[in-house]
Design a protein around this ligand. Sequence first.
Ligand code: FFO
Ligand code: GTP
Ligand code: MG
Length: 451
Amino acid sequence: MSDIIAAIATGRAPCAIGILRLSGPGCAALTGRVFTPKQPFADAPDRRLVLGLLHDRQGRVIDECLGVVCRAPHSYTGEETVELQCHGSPAMLAAGLESLLAAGARQAGPGEFTRRAFLNGKLDLTQAEAVVDLIDAETADAAANAAGQLGGALKRAIEPVYDGLTDLCSHFHAVLDYPDEDIEDFGAAELSGALDRAGAALQELLATYEKGRHLRQGVRAVLLGKPNAGKSSLLNRLAGYDRVIVTDIAGTTRDTVEEPVRVGRVLLRLTDTAGIREAGDAIEALGVARSEQAAREAELALFVCDASQPLTDEDRRAIEAAKCAPRSLALCNKSDLPAAVSPDELPFDTVLTVSARTGAGLDALPALLEGWFLGENACDGSLLTNPRQFGALDRASRAIERAKTGLSLGVTPDAVLTDVEEAMAALGEVTGRTVREDITNRIFERFCVGK
Ligand SMILES: Nc1nc2c(c(=O)[nH]1)N(C=O)[C@@H](CNc1ccc(C(=O)N[C@@H](CCC(=O)O)C(=O)O)cc1)CN2
Ligand SMILES: Nc1nc2c(ncn2[C@@H]2O[C@H](COP(=O)(O)OP(=O)(O)OP(=O)(O)O)[C@@H](O)[C@H]2O)c(=O)[nH]1
Ligand SMILES: [Mg+2]
């Protein structure tokens, strides 16, 4: 039987409401020793807020707050749970927590509430991982996809594949039980059809990962150009505030600076770089080297030129660096000044004429980037976003491919079976059916305390 855990479930800054949370059999009675509504809290009606006084370890009243009991099994964790909705003073919440710990609760570890929900079958592992993704979501689309997975979207995509493979396994076991019969007698075509379906379903899911990754982690993007082109001005314009220093001195930015920037529905992890030029001193040389490194690591390069000046060799060097990224586009900046560069001089499929100073032309960027990186997805949880899940599904898919090849080459049924079982184990790691404890530990470590 599990013990009673307690934690502050809300943030560490003063705010309107702060929540203390407990889970474990008997937690209502335990809470009743420090939280006193009119009726004893242990007898409070299920899932109904009651008003009462919260006492610290010394018995002093430190808050007037609301408490609620959710009795097992109808709670988030599946156990008896209690929440105290207090005024949001971090100091008072800490004193309240201490009081609960003194009454016999234990400080909850990171993700321990959700771990209990997982262990009690309230959530599978895809849903538990969606909880962290939801908390970490940096865009509404990322939240929508995580909410879909919390609702079981990924689980529903994977379970039928797992069930299909379970059926296959029982066929193969039948084959193994009658070693004198030929595998053909067990419907080889049917077996390979089932493998094909499982493989195709996994491929479909794996193919969503690129967009899913962009949704969850954002797109690594870099601004490249010669000094004074207006890279830092563009970063500030996209960020919506003066994040980096802008001056008319060439070589203002000396090191790379990263800033998350939302462009429409796309989250860019945008890196501003030192202008690319023949370096004057050692620090500048390092800065330029870093700019070129950032370009190599980026998924999107934004080449910026000062379109009020003719192109130079420095521009051409920056163009070359930008072309190293999988996607690139050119921003012809300073459109508020008379133009000395025409867009078709630039060797990019996409050239936008913009002004960091006025913001002109930048409104074309959201639709463009959404098309490239998110596409027309519904954000309903159907996108695979998590590298761990991708890795395990990829292993499952490879194992199925091996089984298919084995079957077509006529290898022994037990060899094919080994591959199918490996695929099932990998799928089980995603849903949590067959996951090892060290893996679940690592997953729940990513959670915050109180979740
Ligand atoms: N105050 C508060 N807000 C919260 C949570 C919470 O635990 N407390 N949540 C969590 O961190 C999330 C909501 N998730 C929850 C999911 C299930 C249940 C629950 O009580 N489930 C029961 C009853 C279901 C029902 O009434 O339909 C069950 O599954 O049996 C509660 C919260 C977000 N907001
Ligand atoms: N007229 C005009 N000036 C701009 C525009 N964008 C930037 N500038 C000016 O150009 C100068 C250089 O801008 P920065 O943003 O510092 O240029 P940078 O590319 O970051 O330069 P380095 O950090 O030196 O590589 C500043 O004086 C800006 O005010 C623009 O759209 N129009
Ligand atoms: Mg700069």
